[in-house]
Design a protein around this ligand. Structure first.
Ligand SMILES: [Zn+2]
Length: 326
């Protein structure tokens, strides 16, 4: 089946409203700009790059042609102009780094020169179409400019310890700086969870096959390899459709708090439920048929907050940490 290349796709076309809401809350939370500035000041991106580039296998058109081709295809379908670098890591690598991520899902690191990392188990577990879903999720994170806040979320303990000194020196803030960091962390972790909903939509738009998206999610949820062929996808879809926990606002409030202790959970059933609802709404089909096109103004060349000169690719001001709004 020929997949549709979604011409001019803008992430706002498929952004999940809960992602937008959580992002608005996060961006209004005190201290985030300090964290962003620290991220650039400390050269964290360079450190993260070295970690991955120095440890993992680079996927090239000659070393892993099938994988590279899938990544290129995901970029082409989702209208991302530059194909990021991609690396393969050993299965247990992130557990050692204490970065919480499911070992079947990919991740993306870096803002200036982003790179996508997937595990060897990920390659072995997924079909071509499922890998398009998995890599499409990561391309979606790049398109939505999620990567900076995600990376900050992983490195929060290190970055926040460097800003607590700064906060302590602000009159009236010092005494409550730990409350600040706790509130900021909660907002970050909650947003990370909601951002998954948007990434899943990008994954589906990349593979354009609901069954592949669902089987990929079932595998992330823990489907054992020996049941890959006999697994009933209908049962998984039924389970996902019956799930209604987080739609209720009370549950949503509790979830925000639980997010901290359940950080390692992939919440795959909730995510499958959200994805199915989106398909039912008709928006997925409308995007493929290009009925949802939006045109945005080009990015500004100076930070509206502090006046610092911006590069066209800057999503965040390197001087004050404010998001570049378009
Ligand atoms: Zn600025």
């Amino acid at each position: 089946m020929e997949l549709v290349k979604i011409e001019g796709l803008n992430p706002r076309e498929y952004e999940h409203p809960l992602d937008r809401n959580a992002l608005n809350v996060l961006e209004k939370t005190a201290g985030l700009d300090l964290l962003v500035r620290k991220f650039f000041d400390l050269g964290v991106e360079k450190f993260l790059r070295l970690e991955f580039v120095g440890s993992n296998l680079k996927v090239t058109p000659s070393s892993f042609p099938e994988i590279y081709e899938i990544l290129e295809e995901a970029c082409e379908i989702l209208n991302l102009k530059t194909t990021p670098e991609i690396y393969v890591r050993p299965d247990d690598y992130f557990r050692k780094l204490e970065v919480s991520t499911n070992n079947l899902e990919g991740l993306t690191v870096g803002v200036e020169k982003p790179l996508v990392v997937i595990s060897n188990v990920c390659i072995e577990s997924f079909s071509r179409s499922e890998l398009l879903f998995i890599l499409g999720c990561q391309i979606g994170r790049l398109k939505s400019q999620h990567v900076l806040y995600e990376n900050i979320g992983w490195l929060f303990p290190i970055l926040s310890s460097t800003i607590s000194d700064v906060m302590a020196s602000i009159p009236g803030v010092g005494a409550i700086s730990s409350t600040f960091t706790a509130g900021l962390y909660l907002a970050l972790v909650h947003w990370l969870r909601m951002a998954d909903y948007t990434a899943d939509r990008a994954g589906l738009l990349a593979c354009q096959d609901v069954n592949s998206a669902m089987t990929a999610m079932a595998k992330i949820a823990g489907l054992p390899q020996k049941f890959f062929d006999s697994f009933s996808l209908d049962d998984f879809v039924t389970q996902a459709r019956e799930f209604e926990g987080f739609a209720d606002t009370t549950y949503n409030k509790i979830l925000k708090v639980l997010s901290l202790s359940l950080r390692d959970q992939a919440f795959t059933i909730a995510r499958a439920n959200e994805l199915l609802q989106w398909i039912d709404s008709g928006n997925y089909q409308a995007i493929l048929e290009r009925k949802t096109k939006i045109h945005l103004a080009p990015p500004p060349s100076f930070c509206r907050h502090c006046g610092f000169k911006l590069e066209p690719s800057d999503a965040f001001c390197r001087n004050c940490g404010q998001k570049v709004s378009t």
